[in-house]
Design a protein around this ligand. Structure first.
Ligand SMILES: Cc1cc2nc3c(=O)[nH]c(=O)nc-3n(C[C@H](O)[C@H](O)[C@H](O)COP(=O)(O)OP(=O)(O)OC[C@H]3O[C@@H](n4cnc5c(N)ncnc54)[C@H](O)[C@@H]3O)c2cc1C
Length: 666
């Protein structure tokens, strides 16, 4: 018996003692009615034995019990019909806590278990394991989160948090009353991954997967590996040449017999599901390098399709109207291609004596200020890499040509990565002049005109004038003539609509591919077996891109750890005896192939019946309510389980000091 645990209403040294409540309160009377209803349900289902439910409530070392009155909670839920054991422990996830659960199942014949503790994300699997060790089906277990959703969320309302805990546990007990044992869904697993996109993210993911012994098909649409980094020079914050980073990764990919590299190729069709994706790839596989198609069966897909720099509209800040208005990628290329011995900066016949860098072009766009994109939306997101890129380029320009005046027009400066703030500090020290504008009032970039509205003949003033209401001088209206303007463009997602449609990929409001959860499942998408790597997901710098690609590879590799893919059993199921083959459910299903009408023989006749593909069904439940014959249910979340949950939630709960009398059994 552990020192840090004791049972409800008992002295600390008499832990885990079973308790029964003599209950003639309203709560008890309501439960009598519920109990009767459940007994009738069970009778109808042909299994009249009353379930024996064990409820285990965790103090979480005070994280829960400092707010929730766990002892009173245990007393009250101990009165719920079917609950035969109700215990409290200081750390239910500890070995003694888990042993207690397994032993109780074995010794007391429990056939359902509820644990009320922290988020299921942390310990649902832990307790399913404890339940399995007690020889009970792990899906006859229910996890209730009374920490994140209870004590932490309601720390200033202990009574409310206690009432909430009681209701949530009672609902869980209700759901379990009608639960049935379930088994993991096991599907064949093809131990091969398809990585789409051969930028640094794709190369890194492919190399990491191969290092774990997994065969990889790396498909790149262009003729070379490296993606956008092929267009960059020195990269912040390490000042390494981008080409070195690409070359290093390319070596790992090309010298690897586990990686099959397909350049100039595209994935044109994808169907199937985790462990079993069937894909069609088009590339130069035909005779004499002609285009042809090739099928590939893979277990997991990593999307590393990257980004495209934002391209300003014609005329946006004079882009494509004045040859000396360029974007950051164009400026970087210009600098790369410049004769290293050049003493002055000449471009397009213009001697460049002053350069203005303009932040947030095509990013952080505002309603009513910026013109929407062709699809009517605005790029409201921050592209995250532009500030550091601009400061790095501005500083490099000042150092190379100290006589050139360099101006920086920003809304904010976001140099968030390690070492990146130094670019800002050093740019200031080197004489870069900063102007700050309000987002609602961006600078105007116009041709410089003389007083008569003509282009000036004098070369003293720059041919382009930037006017700005400068917030660093408390809103002064300034006009700055320059020879060149560099537009700090952000990132937009690569155009992969075909893949989005064939794989059914979710995208965010920003059109980048969207993960399931930014913190808890950051590289997974809602389609099982499909992972995200790098800037296909969001603007990222090189370090973040490589981290994300590494994470995607590890996640994909984990899918191949078992011979079979194991999936949760919470998918739809069809009762063929109720199905009439009308197919309304199929039309409502958002997951292509998850629900289909198939032909079956019934009483010597060929009829159509709905059938679930467990590999594709995500268990969303959209098919259940649309069936007029109630032929569909969601395993683990059947309608009768919801009904019992609602009964539990709605029952009256004794308040504060109104505690039922306790009777302790031996
Ligand atoms: C101007 C600018 C400067 C930058 N400078 C820096 C810097 O100094 N330091 C830093 O840390 N970060 C910098 N970045 C960010 C850096 O460029 C990215 O982090 C990095 O390039 C992302 O790599 P990726 O592999 O995710 O995408 P990408 O480089 O875009 O690679 C994607 C690849 O996928 C391929 N592809 C696309 N669609 C398909 C398809 N359907 N099928 C097959 N292949 C496909 C593309 O051809 C490409 O090869 C900068 C960004 C910009 C815009």
């Amino acid at each position: 018996m552990s020192d840090n645990s004791h049972s409800t209403g008992q002295p600390a040294n008499e832990d885990h003692e079973n308790i029964v409540l003599k209950d003639d309160t309203e709560y008890g009377r309501q439960h009598e009615i519920i109990k009767q209803k459940q007994a009738e349900d069970r009778e109808r289902a042909g299994d009249p034995a009353e379930p024996k439910v064990g409820v285990y409530i965790c103090r979480c070392g005070g994280n829960i019990s400092d707010v929730v009155d766990v002892e009173r909670t245990a007393q009250i839920v101990g009165m719920v019909p079917g609950v035969t054991i109700s215990k409290v422990h200081t750390f239910m996830c500890s070995d003694p806590g888990q042993h207690m659960i397994s032993n109780d199942i074995l010794e007391n014949g429990l056939d359902r278990v509820v644990v009320a503790s922290c988020s299921p994300f942390l310990h649902e699997q832990t307790f399913r394991g404890a339940v399995s060790r007690g020889n009970l089906n792990p899906y006859l277990y229910e996890h209730v989160n009374i920490r994140e959703q209870g004590s932490w969320a309601h720390k200033h309302d202990p009574e409310g948090a206690t009432q909430l805990a009681i209701r949530m546990i009672t609902a869980a007990v209700g759901r379990l009353q009608n639960a049935q044992p379930l088994d993991l869904i096991k599907l064949p697993n093809h131990r091969k991954a398809l990585v789409i996109g051969g930028g640094i993210a794709g190369m890194k993911a492919a190399a990491e997967l191969a290092a774990r012994g997994i065969l990889v098909l790396l498909v790149e649409s262009s003729g070379r590996l490296g993606g956008q980094l092929n267009e960059r020079g020195r990269v912040y914050p390490s000042e390494t040449m981008a080409s070195e980073i690409v070359a290093d990764l390319e070596k790992q990919v090309r010298n690897n017999d586990k990686i099959d590299l397909l350049l100039n190729s595209k994935v044109t069709a994808v169907d199937g599901f985790i462990g079993n994706f069937r894909t069609v790839i088009e590339g130069p596989f035909g005779p004499a390098g002609g285009f042809d198609k090739r099928d590939a069966l893979v277990g997991a897909i990593v999307l590393a399709t990257g980004y495209r720099p934002y391209v300003p509209r014609d005329g946006e800040f004079l882009y494509h109207q004045d040859p000396c208005v360029v974007t950051t990628p164009e400026f970087i290329q210009m600098m790369q291609n410049m004769d290293p011995a050049a003493k002055s900066f000449e471009y397009n016949g213009r001697n460049i004596r002053s350069v203005a860098f303009l932040h947030c072009v095509g990013s952080r766009q505002l309603d009513g200020v910026h013109e929407p994109q062709p699809d009517g939306t605005l790029n409201k997101y921050c592209s995250r890499t532009c500030c550091s890129t601009i400061l790095q380029q501005a500083l490099a320009l000042r150092k190379r040509f100290p006589k050139i005046q360099v101006y920086d027009f920003h809304r904010d400066i976001r140099t968030y990565g390690r070492g990146e703030e130094d670019y800002y500090i050093n740019a200031s020290k080197e004489g870069v002049v900063f102007f700050r504008f309000n987002g609602e009032d961006p600078p105007q970039v116009e041709r410089t005109m003389d007083a008569k509205g003509h282009l000036p003949r004098s070369r003293k003033a720059g041919p382009i004038t930037i006017t700005v209401k400068d917030m660093l001088t408390w809103g002064e209206d300034l006009a700055v003539p320059v020879d060149m303007v560099v537009l700090g463009v952000g990132m937009t997602p690569s155009p992969i609509q075909d893949l989005i449609e064939s794989i059914k990929l979710p995208t965010g409001e920003d059109h980048f591919l969207q993960e399931v959860h930014p913190k808890l499942r950051p590289v997974e998408v809602a389609v099982n077996g499909v992972l995200l790597a790098g800037t296909a997901q969001a603007p990222m710098n090189i370090q973040e891109t490589l981290n994300a690609a590494g994470a995607a590879a590890v996640k994909a590799a984990a899918m191949f750890a078992h011979e079979m893919v194991e999936l949760n059993p919470f998918v739809a199921s069809v009762d063929s005896s109720l199905c009439c083959g009308e197919g309304i459910c199929v039309t409502q299903c958002d997951y292509e192939g998850a629900l289909q009408l198939v032909e079956k023989e019934v009483d010597g006749q060929t009829v159509q019946r709905a059938e679930v593909n467990a590999g594709l069904c995500v268990g969303c439940g959209a098919c259940v309510p649309v069936c007029p014959h109630r032929a569909l249910e969601l395993n683990g979340w059947r309608l009768d389980q919801f009904e019992s949950m609602v009964d539990g939630l709605m029952a009256d709960i004794p308040h504060g000091d109104c505690q039922p009398e306790l009777v302790h059994l031996g």
